[in-house]
Design a protein around this ligand. Structure first.
Ligand SMILES: CC(C)(COP(=O)(O)OP(=O)(O)OC[C@H]1O[C@@H](n2cnc3c(N)ncnc32)[C@H](O)[C@@H]1OP(=O)(O)O)[C@@H](O)C(=O)NCCC(=O)NCCS
Length: 209
């Protein structure tokens, strides 16, 4: 099994979009109204990113500039991981990017999600290593792939002298929380928000290195 930088010119964009959808499927469903619509909106966003930075060659997980990775077994994508090192969420810039690059109807959906996120995601400090997204393809879940990706993430954060690894998990996502707790993550905050008539709640979790 290897972890490699996501290369949008090479890896299957639809598969990656499906994995990203899985991370927060009920919010995507709520915003885009249909699973296929949500996945094609994510694909659209990925294609734009591919045109911006898809010219890079494969780089391994230690490369500083990359924050998205795939877990491969042979040539098959088994999982997706997104991390960010010491950077707090810049919702303003992210929203500006969406408005500039995407058709308004799709941009509006992602902006809604960003606004919802701003109420519930962890506040990241400079010496935090943030695990933003993690997903394993459905028929390969519960076979140890998630544990492998998490352990590699912890190793990388430790090697790079970060003080803690932070992640957010939906209050309703008991399976993921169980896994994080098994690996030593602890809840340090609970954030809930209500926007567009929807409640959203997250546990903010940390692992002190
Ligand atoms: C959460 C997720 C990343 C875990 O990866 P995974 O490869 O399935 O997990 P692993 O096989 O490494 O670990 C299994 C452990 O995770 C938990 N778990 C994962 N899937 C589970 C399931 N379907 N039922 C019960 N527990 C489950 C349990 O704690 C289990 O340990 P146990 O068997 O000792 O009880 C994966 O299930 C997934 O992609 N889910 C959908 C997307 C998602 O929720 N992402 C996390 C967002 S914060």
């Amino acid at each position: 099994m290897i972890i490699t930088a996501l290369n949008l010119k090479k890896h299957d964009i639809k598969k990656i979009a499906e994995l990203i959808y899985l991370v927060d499927h009920d919010t995507y469903l709520d915003v885009f109204k249909h699973k296929d619509k949500a996945i094609s909106a994510i694909e659209e966003l990925l294609k734009i990113k591919a045109n911006i930075d898809g010219n890079k060659d494969d780089e391994d997980i230690n490369n500083d500039t990359n924050s998205e990775y795939v877990l491969l077994k042979g040539n098959e994508i088994k999982g997706y991981l997104q991390i960010s090192k010491g950077k707090s969420h810049n919702y303003f810039n992210e929203i500006l990017f969406l408005l500039k690059k995407l058709p308004l109807s799709i941009a509006y959906g992602f902006i809604k999600i960003k606004l919802l996120d701003s109420f519930v995601l962890s506040k990241i400090k400079e010496d935090d290593f943030y695990l933003a997204e993690l997903a394993i393809i459905p028929n390969e879940q519960n076979k140890g792939f998630g544990t492998f990706l998490l352990n590699e993430t912890l190793k990388m954060a430790k090697e790079e002298n970060f003080k803690r690894v932070v992640l957010d998990v939906k209050i309703s996502n008991k399976n993921a929380r169980k896994l994080y707790e098994k690996l030593g993550f602890k809840i340090f905050n609970k954030r809930t928000g209500r926007l567009f008539n929807k409640n959203r709640g997250m546990y903010n979790m940390e692992y002190n290195l």
